[in-house]
Design a protein around this ligand. Sequence first.
Ligand SMILES: O=c1[nH]c(NC[C@H](O)[C@H](O)[C@H](O)CO)c([N+](=O)[O-])c(=O)[nH]1
Length: 150
Amino acid sequence: VEEFEGEFKGEGLKLGIVVSRFNDLLTEELLRGALDCFRRHGVEEVKVVRVPGAFEIPLAVKKLIEKGVDGVLALGVVIRGETRHYELVSSQVAKALSQISLDTGVPVVFGVVTAEDELQAIGRAGVKVNRGFEYALTTLEMVNLVKKLY
Ligand SMILES: O=c1[nH]c(NC[C@H](O)[C@H](O)[C@H](O)CO)c([N+](=O)[O-])c(=O)[nH]1
């Protein structure tokens, strides 16, 4: 039996983070946790791209991959609240990001928190644990796994 799994080592990796500004009280917290994780795992090169809202994340991810990164973490917060197009935005973003990852073979981690309201969003973005840190670990694991499966 030959088994594969990715480590959390960050040395030598070129990573990207695309973070949306909508609900940036929470998205900036996700970003802080993700950068903390990358830094503490030895990642030296991280490009951070900010976009207005979650809907704009996929295009920025695609452009970052074209520039040449080993993996991209997408961070955003979509809250149903008053906006009706909550499902549209979140489902379109999820679909687009997985499509980009499959088309390019570059790991794209879905760190877009969706919630019914602000309170739920705070809980999901992480109160006891920073979800940005967790999503960053997933990014490290997938980048290292893909390198092994090459
Ligand atoms: O990132 C978000 N964008 C949101 N909308 C903006 C959207 O992502 C685009 O920026 C906008 O539609 C312009 O393309 C949100 N809501 O509407 O509620 C939201 O909760 N989160």
